[in-house]
Design a protein around this ligand. Structure first.
Ligand code: ATP
Ligand code: MG
Length: 434
C-alpha cells in the first residue's frame, strides 16, 4: 500500500524548501572534501590557508542552495570521513559587511556549551554563563567583559576547542553583495584571519563578476564551479527513490516514469522537483491511490508544464519582457553555435545596430549580457574541444527555457540566425507573453 500521506506532504513541498531526493553533485562534494583535507594538512604544518574561496554559480533552480544544505547535512552526519568540518551558514550576504557578524556566527555554530563559560565570583548572584567572545551576560564592575568578536580573539579560542577542524563558511546569494563586503571578502580570501576558513559562496550567473568587483581580485582556477543540469541518470535516480520511498505500486505502469520525468525536466533540478510533485499530485487522487498504472499521463504533463512555465515567467524581468525580440535573437544565436562571452557580446551589439531591436536606453552591451546571466538565460560552461583544449562557452542552461524565450520573442528556431539579424521584427501577437 502506497504511503499516500507521504506523497501528499511531498507534493506540498514548495520549490526551494528542501531537496528530499537529493541526487548527483558528487564531483562538487568530493571537491569540498579535498579542500578540507588540504586545509587539515596546512593546519598541521601551521601554514595559513589562503586563496581558498570557492564559488558555485548557476541559474535559478540549478540547486545551489540545495548543495550548500547537502554539505551541511553530510557534515552533521559525519559523512566527511576523518575530517569533519564545521559548516557555518551566514544568515545573508550582508553578514559579510562586518567582522563581528562572521565571528559571532562561527562562535554560535561551535555551540554555546563550548564557547560560553560560567564565571565564578564570590558573589554568586554574579555567576553567569557569559560568552567567551562578543558581548552580553556580564555585570559590569564584577566580571570583565569578554573579548571582542574579532578574528584575532576567535583564533585563540578556536584552536583550544577544535584544533583540527576546517571551517566551511557558506554564504548564499553572493551576487547581492555590495561594496561594504569588499574588506571582509578580501580578508577571508587572503586568509589574514589566521583561522582554517574555506569560504564557500553560491549565487546566480553573474556572481563571479560581482565578487571580482568587490574583494576577490584573483580567484583560483578550478575553484569556480558552474552548476548546471543534473546528468540524466542522476535525475532518474531521484524519481526512482521517490517511488520507492513512498512505496508506489509500479506494476503495469504505462511509461518509464523516471526516464520520462528526467527527459521532460531537462534534468534541471527545479523542474525535476516540480515534475515529481506533479506525479505525486496525481498519485494521491483517490481513483489512482498510489498505483502508477492508474495515473493520467496527460494530467501529470499538464501540471508539470504549468509549473515550468510559471518558473520561466518569474525569471523574465520586465526589461527582458519589453525587449523580448532582442533577447530571443541573442538566444537563437547562442543555441545554434558555441559562442564565447566576447562573441555573444558582439551578437548583442550586432542585433542592436543592424535590426530594429534596440538595447534599453539605460543599458550597455555589457550590462545587458550581465542581466541575461543574472536571470539564468545564459551561463558559462567549460567545453573540451577536439584538440583537448578547454574553452569557456556560453549556453542557455535549460533547453526548454531557450525555446520559451525564442517563442515569446517571435523567433522561429529553424531560421538561420545570421539572416534573421537583418530581418524586420516579427509581429508578436501574444500580448501576455513573458
Ligand atoms: N541535487 C539535487 N537533487 C534533487 N533535487 C534537487 C537538487 N538540487 C536542487 N533540487 C531541487 O530543485 C529545487 C531548486 O533548488 P535550489 O533552491 O537549491 O536552487 P537554487 O540554485 O538555489 O535556485 P535560486 O537561484 O533560485 O536560489 C529545489 O526544490 C530542490 O528540491
Ligand atoms: Mg538558492
Amino acid at each position: 500500500m502506497a504511503d499516500i500521506a507521504g506523497l501528499r506532504a511531498f507534493s506540498e513541498i514548495q520549490e526551494r524548501d528542501e531537496a528530499p531526493f537529493f541526487t548527483g553533485r558528487d564531483a562538487y562534494i568530493t571537491h569540498i572534501q579535498k579542500a578540507c583535507a588540504n586545509a587539515l594538512t596546512k593546519i598541521t604544518y601551521r601554514q595559513s590557508i589562503t586563496s581558498a574561496t570557492r564559488l558555485f554559480y548557476g541559474a535559478p533552480g540549478a540547486g545551489k542552495t540545495s548543495l550548500l544544505n547537502e554539505i551541511a547535512k553530510r557534515s552533521a552526519r559525519r559523512d566527511f570521513g576523518d575530517i569533519n568540518p564545521l559548516v557555518v551558514r551566514l544568515a545573508s550576504e550582508k553578514s559579510l559587511n562586518n567582522e563581528d557578524d562572521i565571528v559571532l556566527q562561527i562562535a554560535e555554530t561551535l555551540g554555546k556549551d563550548r564557547v560560553f563559560r560560567t564565571t565564578v565570583h564570590s558573589d554568586t548572584s554574579v555567576n553567569a554563563a557569559i560568552p567567551a567572545i562578543g558581548s552580553g551576560g556580564v555585570t559590569k564592575g564584577h566580571v570583565q567583559d569578554p573579548p571582542a568578536a574579532t578574528f584575532f580573539n576567535l583564533k585563540h579560542i578556536y584552536k583550544d576547542i577544535v584544533p583540527k577542524c576546517p571551517i566551511l563558511l557558506c554564504i548564499d546569494e553572493i551576487q547581492n553583495i555590495g561594496p561594504k563586503a569588499s574588506e571582509m571578502m578580501s580578508l577571508l580570501h587572503q586568509g589574514e584571519h589566521g583561522l582554517p576558513i574555506i569560504p564557500i559562496y553560491a549565487g546566480l550567473g553573474n556572481s563571479l563578476n560581482v565578487m571580482m568587483d568587490h574583494g576577490i581580485s584573483r580567484p583560483v582556477d578550478g575553484y569556480i564551479h558552474s552548476v548546471g543540469a543534473l546528468a540524466k541518470d542522476e535525475a532518474r535516480t531521484a524519481v526512482t527513490e521517490m517511488l520507492t520511498r513512498f512505496e508506489v505500486d509500479q506494476n503495469g505502469a504505462m511509461i518509464d516514469w523516471p526516464d520520462t520525468l528526467a527527459e521532460r525536466s531537462d534534468s534541471w533540478p527545479q523542474h525535476l522537483h516540480n515534475a515529481m510533485r506533479a506525479l505525486a499530485l496525481e498519485l494521491i487522487r483517490p481513483e489512482v491511490n498510489g498505483n502508477l498504472k492508474q495515473v493520467d499521463t496527460a494530467a501529470v504533463f499538464n501540471q508539470e508544464e504549468r509549473m515550468r512555465m510559471r518558473a520561466y515567467r518569474w525569471r523574465v524581468s520586465e526589461m527582458l519582457s519589453d525587449h523580448r525580440e532582442l533577447t530571443a535573437q541573442v538566444m537563437h544565436h547562442v543555441v545554434t553555435s558555441d559562442l564565447t562571452r566576447p562573441e555573444v557580446k558582439t551578437i548583442i551589439e550586432d542585433v542592436h545596430e543592424k535590426t530594429p531591436h534596440k538595447l534599453p536606453a539605460n543599458m550597455t552591451v555589457d550590462s545587458f549580457f550581465d542581466h541575461l546571466a543574472h536571470r539564468g538565460l545564459l551561463q558559462e560552461f567549460d567545453q573540451q574541444d577536439a584538440d583537448g583544449k578547454i574553452r569557456d562557452v556560453i549556453r542557455c542552461p535549460i533547453p526548454s527555457l531557450a525555446t520559451y524565450i525564442m517563442e515569446r520573442g517571435g523567433v522561429d528556431p529553424s531560421y538561420d540566425p545570421v539572416v534573421l539579424a537583418s530581418k524586420p521584427p516579427t509581429k508578436n501577437n501574444d500580448e501576455n507573453a513573458f
